[in-house]
Design a binder for this molecule. Structure first.
Ligand code: THU
Length: 172
């Protein structure tokens, strides 16, 4: 015969719920002209992406507090993990060249040349983590506008909104 010890907790566990809200626009024309122009810069950057392996082209454009626009695109590599996403190309350049300028917003245009989509394509997890570093650093939200090759645009008011409960410097 086996003896079993069963622990029954009388303290109820706490459930933590995190909610996220987005705005989704049907077309770029529904946004302010300055935002449209940022998205167009991201679309231009996308056309210059170096993505011969995935054929998935991504362009990003970010606007700094001083009005400067920095763009970037994905840069792939024959050694696949050595490549880097568009968002990180742009944000690291901004961090390198303009370390004291806040990033107000970033537009991202993404899509495969083989399978174009009109649905918004959100940034990958690694890019969310990288972007959040700068949002935490600058202590103010970075708006994100993301879309496929055409059609709908999704808007997130901050990076934290799409990466809540972040691992950041406050936990180190
Ligand atoms: N990619 C980006 O540039 N940004 C993202 O947020 C997701 C993925 C790139 C990486 C790779 O070159 C290609 O898209 C396919 O994953």
């Amino acid at each position: 015969m086996h003896n079993a010890i069963v622990f029954v907790s009388i303290i109820p566990m706490k459930e933590v719920k995190i909610e996220t809200t987005f705005e989704v626009y049907d077309a770029i024309e529904e946004l302010a002209p300055s935002i449209q122009s940022l998205i167009k810069k991201a679309a231009e950057a996308r056309k210059k992406a170096y993505a011969p392996y995935s054929e998935f082209l991504v362009g990003a454009a970010l606007e700094l507090e001083n009005g400067e626009i920095i763009s970037g695109n994905n840069q792939e590599n024959a050694s696949y993990p050595s490549g880097i996403c568009a968002e990180r190309t742009a944000v690291y350049y901004a961090g390198a060249e303009f370390p004291n300028q806040k990033i107000l917003r970033m537009a991202i245009v993404a899509g495969s040349t083989l399978n174009p989509t009109t649905k918004p394509i959100p940034p990958c997890g690694a890019c969310r983590q990288a972007l959040s570093e700068y949002e935490v650093k600058q202590k103010s939200p970075m708006e994100l506008y993301f879309m496929g090759t055409s059609g709908q645009v999704a808007v997130s008011k901050s990076v934290e909104n799409i990466l809540p409960w972040i691992f950041d410097k406050t936990v180190l």
